[in-house]
Design a protein around this ligand. Structure first.
Ligand code: ADP
Ligand code: MG
Length: 476
């Protein structure tokens, strides 16, 4: 076989293998969505349908996830908190393979008409259009995700400083910049902020941002249309490449392989690469070893779970942005109660603001508790201290009885403190009640444990991650 025939044969084999990685909804899924979308009218009522659900558009389907889009973030948040669960049920009733519903924001226009006179911006946009043309690789940044709107606190200070550094540097300060942290902690926000600031400060740089899933999708598309050359050229001609959520490349060997080569080519040309993931490079087990170690070459910056102070800061900043009149007590209450992640925190705030808007009433602590009753109760009701103890014991591989025992060895004492911390966070139990559940310990012991774990989470990524994993297992 000649060399070129061999190459094209291997490309075909790859493309066959990748057929299952397709994102384009099948005819069946498209038909299913059409049906379900139609039924929403009857399910939720005409008014709700018209104001919220009508614009929902099917975008993609992959690994049991149905991706649908709406034009604004506010709509997305509202739909997520109010209708997503039921819509997913409606879809799953028709096809049990559908396990998740992802609502994304797709804005149609990047530049509005009144920006016509901003010539450089326009020229820049045209330039971007050119390189994006064959692959629709539009780096449409969310104008709300900027450095200005990113609240900096202890948990994200390093990631933020690194992001700023990348934007301000004439050269490439570290390659890649690898940002990681749990879900909803601000990775995507930071990446959009970098992208937008970069384009502003260095208009001549070509910046490309996309999720790892989109990268995969484009790659499969290029293979199908036998245009891998065009694909390679497109990606290798950018000055800054940002890939969000790289954990989604797990197990996708051909995509990883292609990405690995793109990565190396760009690093060789001294182009900046920025990656995000939900775990540290060494923990991305679905990725090939050589890619994992390559990812850790530059600066690895983690975003820790939020603290009360950061949550409050974010809420205050959101209040300013929304120009809504919300009492401090309400913000403090939310910062205390909604601890899972920033996205859920924002969702809760949006809910109470929307409720006040619709009912034309003021926001008070009482209305807040009323509006969020399901959210708050579900946290309290679902999770018991027993469950927390069991999950923590499982995670650390210790005996359940060690949760109650008097043993003080570090390998059982620390997990016990983690369990106390989670009990305080995830249940409505008082400190003495929690103490009783842990072999009759004093409430000051519980308080000490809570403080200790809070402190450790800021200093020790391992602990922060352990807590996050157990928390997710419990609230999941
Ligand atoms: P991730 O990509 O890590 O899952 P996102 O970047 O999507 O998280 O963040 C979830 C939401 O929380 C976004 O709306 C984002 O604007 C907000 N958010 C997260 N961290 C911050 C922060 N430090 N300041 C302001 N908003 C934040
Ligand atoms: Mg993200």
């Amino acid at each position: 076989m000649s060399e070129s025939a061999e190459k094209s044969a291997s490309v075909t084999a790859m493309s066959d293998k990748l057929a299952s990685e397709s994102f384009v909804p099948s005819k069946e899924v498209a038909a299913l969505w059409k049906k379900v979308h139609g039924e929403m009218r009857g399910e939720f009522g005409e008014a709700v349908f018209r104001s919220w659900l009508k614009p929902l558009t099917l975008q993609a389907c992959y690994h049991g996830t149905l991706e649908v889009s709406v034009p604004t973030r506010f709509m997305r948040d509202w739909i997520q908190t109010h209708y997503s669960a039921r819509i997913l049920e409606m879809c799953a009733e028709r096809d049990e393979n559908i396990k998740r519903l992802e609502v994304v924001v797709v804005q149609n226009a990047i530049l509005s008409d009144d920006e016509e006179d901003k010539a450089p911006a326009k020229a820049k946009a045209n330039q971007n259009e050119k390189i994006e043309d064959p692959y629709g690789l539009s780096s449409a940044f969310d104008p709300k995700y900027t450095f200005d709107t990113f609240v900096v606190g202890k948990p994200n200070a390093l990631a933020h400083a690194a992001a700023r550094r990348v934007v301000e540097s004439q050269n490439v300060p570290f390659n890649p910049l690898f940002l990681y942290g749990g879900v909803g902690l601000g990775k995507t926000h930071l990446m959009h902020a970098i992208g937008q600031a970069m384009t502003q400060q260095w208009p001549e740089r070509r910046v490309m941002y996309m999720s790892a899933e989109k990268f995969m999708y484009q790659f499969v598309k290029a293979l199908r249309s036998k245009d891998t050359m065009g694909f390679k050229e497109t990606f290798r001609s950018v000055d800054v490449l940002m890939i969000d959520d790289i954990q989604f490349m797990s197990g996708k060997e051909s995509t990883q392989e292609e990405f690995f080569h793109t990565f190396n080519a760009l690093v060789d040309q001294n182009k900046q690469i920025i990656i995000s993931a939900d775990k540290a490079p060494s923990d991305l087990l679905g990725l090939e070893e050589r890619l994992r170690s390559r990812l850790a070459w530059g600066l690895v910056a983690d975003i820790h779970p939020s603290t009360y102070d950061l949550r409050l800061g974010i809420l205050q900043s959101k209040r300013d942005l929304l120009q809504a009149s919300i009492p401090d007590a309400v913000l403090e209450f939310l910062a205390l109660k909604v601890t899972s992640n920033i996205r859920e925190l924002e969702g809760a705030l949006n809910r109470i603001v929307a409720h006040a808007d619709v009912t034309r009433s003021e926001i008070t602590l009482e209305t807040t508790q009323e509006v969020l009753v399901d959210l708050l109760r579900s946290h309290d009701r679902r999770i018991t201290i027993d469950e927390i103890q069991r999950k923590v014991a499982e995670h650390y591989n210790i005996k359940m009885s060690d949760m109650h025992s008097a043993r003080r060895a570090r390998n059982v004492a620390r997990p016990r403190q983690v369990a106390m911390y989670l009990a305080k966070q995830l249940t409505a139990r008082s400190l003495p009640e929690i103490g009783r559940k842990f072999g009759g310990r004093d409430h000051t012991t519980v308080m000490h444990a809570v403080r200790k774990i809070e402190e450790l989470m800021e200093e020790d990524a391992q602990i922060a991650q352990d807590v996050e994993i157990v928390r997710r297992a419990l609230t999941g």
